[in-house]
Design a binder for this molecule. Structure first.
Ligand SMILES: [Zn+2]
Length: 278
């Protein structure tokens, strides 16, 4: 009888252990599946229709006419080979956290927002690359001083990534694109930053002034810019017609950048990459 009881207890313990193991494994698998489902959901492009009924409308603005889709030429295959094979000189330096923020899914009026980037804004730095990097690394606790671009392109073709495209860079203040803007801060006007990607070209040395023109950008700069834009256009399905300038989106009329920008140089490169005019 005693032996029977010992065997019975052993079997019962083994059974309980086995049950606990199965239960633990089940719970673990459940949580792993849940986590995978959440991660998969985050990877999916978010296709949200924005609500705008409560949002004040931006001042009227002429629709953007893209210079990239006029006077098209056929693709230059040599240029294509060059652009695809050239080594990219990319530096990653994170801007100070006061100079960028999250892409919002609700605005100040509790209206639903699409946080995906849908427009690309071109800028220029006015001063040199180091000076622009320093500005973005400097803490700006006051909302009105905050400034940033996602990426800078130097005169020699260097690419400096400062704000990850999944975040909102503060490239434009009072601004809109084709009648669309977002209110994200009660101290500031509406702007396109929530749905924009900002890239700034290093101004040539003869452009550190506020006159209308300078000597323009280098071929290496247009090459590197085309690669940056190609990456964003493919990744976020942004058409060439949604590549615009700070001058166009600025509603205050004070911005003129990028000055002396040669759209034909960009068009030639994006055509070679089969992203426009095909
Ligand atoms: Zn600008």
């Amino acid at each position: 009888m005693a032996r029977f009881l010992v065997t019975y207890k052993r079997n019962l313990s083994a059974l309980i252990l086995c049950f606990c193991f199965l239960l633990f494994s089940g719970v673990l698998i459940y949580f792993m599946r849940q986590q995978k489902a959440i991660l998969n959901q985050l990877k999916q492009p978010i296709n949200i229709v924005e609500q705008t009924t409560k949002t004040p409308k931006p001042p009227s603005q002429l629709r953007w006419k893209s210079p990239l889709i006029t006077n098209c030429h056929s693709a230059d295959l040599r240029l294509r080979a060059h652009l695809l094979s050239m080594p990219l000189r990319i530096k990653q330096i994170e801007a100070h956290p006061t100079n960028f923020g999250l892409r919002l899914r609700k605005d100040l009026y509790s209206q639903r927002l699409n946080p995906n980037p849908t427009v690309i804004v071109l800028h220029e730095t006015v001063y040199d690359l180091d000076s622009a990097v320093n500005t973005l690394l400097t803490p700006h606790p006051s909302d009105v001083d905050q400034v940033s671009y996602h990426t800078l392109v130097g005169r020699s073709g260097d690419i400096v990534q400062l704000v990850d495209p999944s975040f909102r860079a503060y490239g434009a203040g009072h601004s809109a694109f084709n009648g669309r803007w977002v209110f994200s801060n009660r101290n500031l006007s509406g702007s396109l930053n929530n749905f924009a990607l900002h890239v700034s070209l290093e101004t040539p040395r003869d452009g550190s002034h506020n006159l209308d023109v300078h000597s323009g950008y280098s071929p290496s700069q247009y090459d590197a810019l085309a690669r940056v834009l190609a990456d964003w256009m493919v990744r976020y399905k942004i058409p060439a017609t949604s590549i615009t300038t700070h001058r166009y989106v600025d509603l205050g009329g004070a911005r003129a950048d990028p000055r002396s920008f040669a759209w034909s140089e960009l068009q030639k490169r994006l055509t070679a990459l089969q992203l426009v005019c095909n």
